[in-house]
Design a binder for this molecule. Structure first.
Ligand SMILES: Nc1ncnc2c1ncn2[C@@H]1O[C@H](COP(=O)(O)OP(=O)(O)OP(=O)(O)O)[C@@H](O)[C@H]1O
Ligand SMILES: [Mg+2]
Length: 254
């Protein structure tokens, strides 16, 4: 058992007494690549942050490797389920300081070879590690933050739109890097994205967040073939044959 999310609920921070999401349940038994999609403001980042122990649930519980939060030291949990933010925070100091910080924090040995390999795969080969991290572009910071999390070798990577600031080439590099990493390390990916091509290519399972819950938890192939729910179809801009019939579009009545 990798992760179990059980009847999770969260109240909206901005709108009083309003539920952001509720009854969110899902189980991940073995290493999987999941993409989480859904309209803006549905709570994808919040759910990801709760799973990463960066935020707390209001209802329900999360079990990591079969154990609930009370059985974990938060730092250990965050090492196993590492959240990679869309707008990552860089530590003051150099790129190398940022790469080393995870091993310092978790009292483990800095794996320089792995750091070099990952920086290379992320398209950051040429980068001088002595450069201040604050000098990096948004897309470079995004990739550095991803490498920083991967150096922890977490069981789960919680990816929050990690390619949103990248050009096409860098985006493809990151997609390949993560797919390979999943194969090599058996890392589970829970990947929030607004990029439907990315969801299609990079995941085998799909969580569609709508109407305040995971409305669909299905195989990616099935979802893109035809979502089971009307909001799912609407999200993809698809009308089912039945709906087309009702609206009288696209059907030739003879
Ligand atoms: N910690 C929190 N607890 C409760 N509600 C929050 C919290 N953080 C943000 N919110 C509110 O919940 C809503 C959803 O935020 P969230 O960032 O999770 O959405 P999202 O699905 O990731 O959206 P986007 O696709 O735009 O990134 C926002 O309106 C926000 O104000
Ligand atoms: Mg978000």
């Amino acid at each position: 058992m990798i992760l179990q999310v059980d009847e999770l609920g969260k109240m909206h921070s901005g709108k009083q007494e309003q539920v952001l999401f509720a009854h969110v349940s899902a189980t991940i038994e073995e290493p999987t690549r999941i993409c989480m999609i859904g309209a803006s403001g549905q709570g994808k980042s919040t759910l990801l942050r709760i799973i990463g122990f960066m935020d707390r649930e209001d209802q329900g519980q999360v079990l990591l490797q079969g154990k609930d939060r009370s059985k974990w030291v938060p730092r250990e949990w965050r090492k196993q389920a590492s959240y990679v933010a869309q707008q990552p925070v860089m530590l003051a100091g150099t790129i190398e300081d940022n790469l080393r910080v995870v091993s310092t924090l978790h009292q483990s040995v800095f794996d320089e070879k792995l750091a070099k390999r990952l920086m290379e795969r992320a398209g950051l080969t040429e980068m001088a590690w002595s450069k201040p991290a604050s000098d990096l572009s948004g897309g470079e910071k995004q990739r550095l933050a991803l490498v920083r999390s991967m150096l922890l070798r977490p069981a789960i990577l919680l990816l929050d739109e990690v390619t949103s600031s990248l050009d096409m080439h860098s985006k493809q590099l990151i997609e390949m890097m993560l797919m390979d990493w999943h194969e090599e390390e058996e890392t589970t990916l829970i990947w929030v994205t607004h990029d439907m091509d990315q969801a299609r290519q990079c995941s085998s399972r799909l969580w569609f967040l709508a109407e305040g819950t995971i409305l669909e938890d299905v195989s990616t192939v099935d979802f893109f073939e035809e979502p089971r729910t009307q909001p799912g179809r609407k999200f993809l801009g698809i009308q089912s044959v039945r709906e087309r019939k009702w609206s009288g579009e696209g059907i030739n009545y003879v």
